[in-house]
Design a protein around this ligand. Structure first.
Ligand SMILES: [Mn+2]
Length: 443
């Protein structure tokens, strides 16, 4: 059984998405009004609109269900009585869980036709990339996945203990160096492989920041996580991962057909292994909520906050080692929820979300401007939404807010391009003082 069934055979170059011939490389981005590119005329495509509407309905149904008090913990306890309820792995305090995971890993052997064992190196990570590109790739050995997730959990737990929920990511320091920010990939391994093929494997001077929502919907989030972690473990400074609203157990337990599926992907590849799902969740709850690139661009999955006067220190202090709450009782609850779930709207102020439902909100242009002024940042880079007009990006709020989305042909039906962004510190501070950045688009 091939584990990469959603990836077509790689024997033919024409069979996989490629950078379009008119892709933009390192061009400064423009305001929406300037954009007359051809794909803009494709707005209204029926499949795109249908999928977009379906996705929003799914997330709406999730949030509404949560508000009705339907506890996934209760459902899971019924379904898997020996597994227990809530995951008990508090940040820095999960010694018992780690001991259990390590015992399981130690008892396993590397099965299958590819294995990556410690010590982790860039060369080995590159070999994993090559293996995953092969049409006959099979699920990665359970022992390998355990060992890498345990090592990565330790790394992210230590990072969270030292930095809290906001990490600092250095911008490119020298000409020729690059940091590439990627948005939602949602289990679409092929897009990650294409990004690495076209823009280079992660390496010193070619760093990546994935802005959440790797899990769910597509069938190969396991392989994406393991591939990214292979580079992270080899060289921590070249791979950064923010948490998205889908790095969350409640959503992962929903069926693929309802916008979830990651837990079921893991069960399909590693049957009867609920501990492995816990291990993934432990990793998720230790991922940072936001990254600050070079003190001037805030990268965060959903967006800004309904709470007043939010500072970077507030984000740093978010208690994120938990499932995002669906009932918001404290300021910290709201900060965590909005960081992962909020969307922008084109007016001013905070409005209730008319598409996601639940308690989710949309934030206006005035909030983006006030947040940036208060915190001395020039750009907010977020993901979380399929951009309109089938592009991999959207620019709003007087070009201070950028949405970046990396799953091309999302769900196999949307026909959209994927986008990635190269924030460029050397080009910031134009006449209007705002950051400029390069956009990379494909498909
Ligand atoms: Mn999202």
């Amino acid at each position: 059984m091939g584990c990469v069934e959603s990836v077509p055979a790689r024997t033919s170059r024409s069979s996989r998405p490629r950078l379009s011939s008119n892709h933009e490389r390192m061009a400064p981005y423009k305001d929406e009004a300037d954009d007359t590119s051809s794909e803009a005329s494709d707005a209204g495509d029926a499949a795109f609109d249908a999928w977009d509407a379906m996705e929003q309905a799914e997330e709406l149904s999730y949030l509404e269900q949560q508000l009705k008090g339907c506890s996934v913990d209760e459902l899971m306890t019924k379904r898997f009585p020996t597994r227990g309820g809530a995951l008990a792995s508090p940040r820095g305090g999960g010694a018992a869980a780690h001991s259990q995971w390590s015992s399981v890993a130690a008892a396993l052997t590397y099965d299958g036709d590819f294995a990556l064992s410690p010590p982790y190196t860039l060369k080995k990570a590159g070999e994993l990339y090559s293996y995953l590109r092969s049409p006959n790739a099979k699920p990665l050995p359970r022992k390998m996945v355990y060992e890498m997730l345990i090592a990565a959990s330790h790394a992210f737990e230590a990072q969270a203990a030292a930095c809290g929920s906001l990490i600092h990511v250095p911008p490119p320091a020298k000409p020729g160096e690059r940091l590439l920010v990627c948005g939602d990939t949602h289990g679409q391994l092929q897009d990650v492989l294409v990004i690495f093929e076209e823009h280079g494997l992660p390496a010193p001077g070619n760093a990546y920041l994935f802005n959440g929502d790797i899990a769910d919907r597509g069938r190969n989030a396991t392989e994406i996580f393991v591939l990214l972690l292979a580079f992270k473990l080899a060289c921590p400074d070249i791979m950064h991962i923010n948490r998205g609203n889908h790095e969350q157990r409640d959503l992962n337990e929903r069926p693929f057909a309802n916008g979830g599926g990651f837990a079921w992907e893991v069960r399909a590849k590693y049957p009867h292994d609920e501990l492995l799902i816990d291990l993934f969740q432990n990793l998720f709850t230790n991922l940072p909520i936001a990254s600050l690139v070079g003190e001037w661009a805030l990268v965060i999955h959903g967006g800004l906050f309904r709470e007043e006067d939010v500072t970077l220190d507030d984000i740093r202090a978010i208690d994120a080692c938990r499932q995002p709450p669906s009932v918001l009782q404290t300021r910290d609850d709201t900060l965590l929820f909005d960081a992962l779930w909020a969307d922008p709207h084109d007016g001013d102020g905070i409005v209730a979300s008319d598409n996601r439902g639940g308690v989710s909100i949309q934030f206006g242009r005035d909030l983006t401007k006030a947040f940036c002024a208060r915190n001395g940042v020039q750009s907010i880079i977020r993901s979380h939404q399929l951009p309109k007009r089938k592009r991999g990006y959207e620019i709003q709020h007087d070009a201070m807010l950028l949405t970046i989305f990396s799953a091309s042909n999302y769900g196999g039906v949307c026909g959209n391009r994927g986008g990635a962004l190269a924030p460029d510190d050397r080009r910031r501070g134009g006449s209007d003082g705002r950051a400029e950045a390069g956009l990379l688009l494909w498909m």
